[in-house]
Design a protein around this ligand. Sequence first.
Ligand SMILES: [Zn+2]
Length: 123
Amino acid sequence: MPPQPNYRWQCHRCQTINEPGIERCGACGFSAYATGYEILGQEDPLSASIPESKQLFWEGIARAIHLVVGSLFLGASGWSMFIVATFNPWVFWGGLLIGAALLAIGIFGSRRAVYDLLYVGWV
Ligand SMILES: [Zn+2]
């Protein structure tokens, strides 16, 4: 059990002011010691820890990375077509598929999707 607050506190959820020694909001029952997740009502750790304006910024970066990397794959695919000596169907189709998928996610994917893919790429 978390310690009871020994100061007056404002409920994170309904903004009610609660007296010291009360562990849960008298109006809505929300815990005095909520985690960042609970306060924001989100299950996504990234969303919960970063303000919306920064999220939009990083989402833009994440999408841009997808577009650039996707273009590189498509470029490699196209390039392999013109250089007969290095033509390799795996490079061609792999580049085409991966590039198209990255572009599609970068443009149409949800914020979650672009973040998840970057995590996979980095970890
Ligand atoms: Zn409350």
